[in-house]
Ligand binder design. Structure first.
Ligand code: DAH
Length: 350
């Protein structure tokens, strides 16, 4: 086998063994397998070879390419799993073996967190809306600026029903109906739209400690004249500080969602270390909590609201994740297990 191929294989193995984070692997993928990557580069040497040599050389390069693709993908998967495990293990623990009083019922931890969020938002003048779990394609995607065949649909693997409707993949599916319900009061009487809508969402995901096919979100929207990102930051900070019973710092990073422009990921200061850096926040001092943004003009328009006159913010809070963070639940499956013993651990909070 050609010496260059042997050397490159050895280098690949060495770098793979040394790689400790996903960014390194992505760089490796581009360096080895990209269009201008070093494996493709090897083919330049073919020119000087005889037809017979060309054949074996080509085969060997292909073999190396397949090997590199598989090994980089396998290592990426391994590091991702390790990261999930690290996150789970660094969470504070609740003790399942504590004896509990099973004579009385208890609220589900998600209900507790949901009620707490609702209480804060109601005190700030928001309406709580209830919305169905079965929705149309229009509500879940089209009205949110996600047309058919848009790649963003791939982010949410959807359960479709035989009649063409679907199980809502996110609480954003209620946005269109909420705008239509409140737009007349907004336009005619100047009443801002302020609503939150918690609900169960469904995605065709394989389950592990961090993923479930059924989970809860809480969406919130506010629309009025001159609503800005500062309003969004204020409401989120107030709500989260109440829920976690301490002063929470928030920061925004850019994030892409077709129904907001600009879109953000909202991070909160780490609940464990308060921002100093610890294993729980991967030493960054921040935890990713909630995507949000300024409502896209097309989404307002689909709801019958003139985007030249009104602006608004929207956020999609992961209630299940919030409950896990608040109560230190390390495995999401515990929340849907129906185990009374698990759920009774939270009774005393109310
Ligand atoms: N619906 C999105 C999801 O589940 C989350 C989301 C992102 C909601 C941005 C929002 C938003 O309201 O502004 O993936």
């Amino acid at each position: 086998m050609d010496e260059k191929i042997i050397a490159m294989r050895a280098k690949l193995e060495e770098e793979l063994a040394a790689a400790t984070d996903l960014q390194q692997l992505e760089t490796m993928r581009v360096t080895y397998l990209g269009k201008k990557g070093c494996i493709t580069d090897l083919l330049k040497d073919m020119k000087s070879l005889s037809p017979e040599e060309k054949k074996t050389f080509g085969q060997d390069v292909n073999l190396l390419k397949n090997e590199a693709t598989e090994k980089i993908a396998a290592k990426t998967e391994q590091l991702k799993n390790e990261e999930i495990l690290r996150e789970i293990n660094s969470m504070p623990e609740f003790d399942l073996s504590i004896p509990v009083n099973m004579d009385r019922g208890s609220y589900h931890p998600i209900t507790l967190v949901q009620r707490e969020c609702e209480k804060v938002f109601i005190s700030m003048g928001f309406n709580v809306e209830n919305y169905s779990e079965i929705v149309t394609d229009y509500e879940c995607f089209e009205a949110l600026n996600i047309p058919k065949h848009h790649p963003a649909r791939d982010m949410q693997d959807t359960y479709y029903l035989e009649n063409g409707q679907l199980l809502k993949t996110h609480t954003s599916a209620a946005q269109n109906a909420i705008y239509k319900k409140y737009k007349d009061a907004l336009v005619n009487d100047g009443v801002p739209i302020k609503a939150i809508f918690p609900g169960r969402c469904f995605r065709n995901e394989s389950t592990d400690a961090c993923h479930e096919n059924t989970f809860f979100q809480m969406e919130g929207v506010m629309v009025d004249k001159d609503i800005s990102i500062s309003n969004l930051i204020y409401f989120m900070k107030t709500m989260l500080s109440e829920v976690f019973k301490k002063d929470i710092k928030v920061r925004l990073r850019p994030g892409f969602f077709p129904f907001v422009e600009p879109g953000f990921e909202l991070d909160i200061s780490c609940l464990i270390c308060g921002g100093e850096g610890c294993p729980s926040c991967k030493h960054s001092g921040w935890l990713e909590l909630c995507p949000c943004g300024m409502i896209h003009p097309e989404v307002l328009r689909a709801g019958g609201i003139d985007p030249d006159e009104y602006t608004g913010f929207a956020f999609g809070l992961g209630l299940t994740r919030l409950a896990m963070m608040k109560y230190g639940v390390k495995d999401i499956r515990d929340l849907n297990s129906g185990s009374l013993k698990t759920l009774a651990q939270f009774t005393d909070d109310e």
